[in-house]
Design a protein around this ligand. Structure first.
Ligand code: DAH
Length: 346
């Protein structure tokens, strides 16, 4: 009997392998979509790419079955495989980007700095007590109308001594043991030379306060140091007398120390006449804190100023003393040792 339908065994085979291929592709597409969507990190994305689209991946395996297809069908399957491949590549790269963005977001959240949070502690530096004391002293005089002047630490004999009425061989030179440098240079033993330098450049009336470092050949002990700090005061005008000096010094000491008892003691300095030393009573003892006096007419004459017209007063004080009395520091060496446990208290 002849079969009415033209039944081609090969045709059945082809159809079934075509169907199988299409089914496999559809299956692959569905699975890949699901797995890509549920991948949780970039590494899994890479694994999925290899598993589905890699050289030995599932897509290649499926396409390996194309050999059974007649050449007419192959391009169709090839096309479909390509579409799936492109789609999966896109899905993989989209998911990878999403995952990376999520990771970045997590990282940013973790590293967020709360700028409003209270700080853990302040490590700001501190001003040295000697600097603070100097500034306070200078400020008080600025409040009385004085302005700041400065001079060099390397001086010469003229400014440090001669112009201050301390000629060569004058015994007063022994009062201040000097560090001599080459020629007639030396390290200034006091801030008084600033008086001369300032009056050379400025015609009276003048009122200056001159802070600075000074040097003497002293050995170090609880009250001495070869380097220390002074503040110099100078006021030149017409009609200034000792009462102005006293009033200025008293006002300053009261502002700085409060109500400590003060006394003036007659003394001697070559550049002032009359001269005085000023003591404050501290811990039951009188402590000398400054020297002062009316500027000696010889000093004024040396500067070409007529002592019958101009008069004035000067003073010099040791910053270390003021600092030690104010803070109850018993040893000057503490001020120079840079011990933070000490310095952080100020
Ligand atoms: N220059 C003096 C010293 O270092 C201190 C001094 C005393 C300064 C009297 C003065 C003054 O201006 O009038 O020992």
């Amino acid at each position: 009997m002849v079969c009415s339908r033209n039944f081609d065994v090969n045709a059945v085979d082809v159809t079934s392998s075509l169907n199988q291929l299409n089914e496999n592709l559809a299956q692959l597409e569905k699975e890949a979509e699901l797995e890509i969507a549920s991948a949780q990190d970039p590494k899994s994305i890479e694994k999925l790419r290899v598993a589905f689209l890699g050289k030995k991946g599932r897509l290649s395996l499926i396409l390996g079955g194309m050999g059974n297809l007649p050449s007419k069908e192959r391009p169709l399957i090839g096309q479909r495989a390509n579409l799936i491949k492109n789609k999966l590549q896109q899905l993989l790269s989209d998911r990878l980007n999403d995952l990376k963005a999520e990771l970045l977001q997590d990282l940013l959240l973790k590293e967020t700095i709360d700028v409003t949070a209270p700080s853990i502690g302040s490590f700001a530096g501190n001003r040295h007590p000697l600097i603070k004391t100097t500034e306070d002293i200078v400020d008080l005089f600025c409040g009385l109308g004085y302005s700041v002047a400065e001079g060099p630490e390397v001086e010469n004999d003229h400014y440090n001594f001669s112009a201050l009425n301390i000629p060569q061989d004058h015994p007063a030179r022994d009062m201040q043991d000097t560090f001599y440098l080459d020629g007639d240079l030396l390290l200034r033993t006091h801030t008084s030379p600033v008086q001369i330098r300032h009056l050379e450049q400025n015609h009276p009336p003048v009122r200056i306060v001159a802070p600075g470092r000074v040097y003497r050949r002293d050995s170090v002990d609880a009250t001495h140091s070869p380097v220390f700090h002074q503040v110099e005061l100078l006021a030149i005008d017409q009609g200034l007398d000792f009462s102005h000096l006293r009033g200025t010094v008293m006002a300053f000491l009261k502002a700085f120390f409060g109500d400590l008892p003060v006394r003036f003691r007659a003394s001697y300095f070559p550049f002032t006449e009359p001269s005085a030393e000023v003591d404050v009573k501290w811990r039951g003892r009188w402590l000398e804190v400054m020297g002062c006096g009316m500027v000696d007419p010889a000093v004024l004459e040396g500067l070409g100023l007529d002592p019958d017209v101009w008069s004035g007063f000067a003073a010099g004080l040791g910053v270390e003393r003021f600092c030690m009395v104010r803070h109850g520091i018993d040893d000057i060496r503490r001020l120079y040792t840079s011990d933070l446990r000490f310095l952080e208290q100020f």
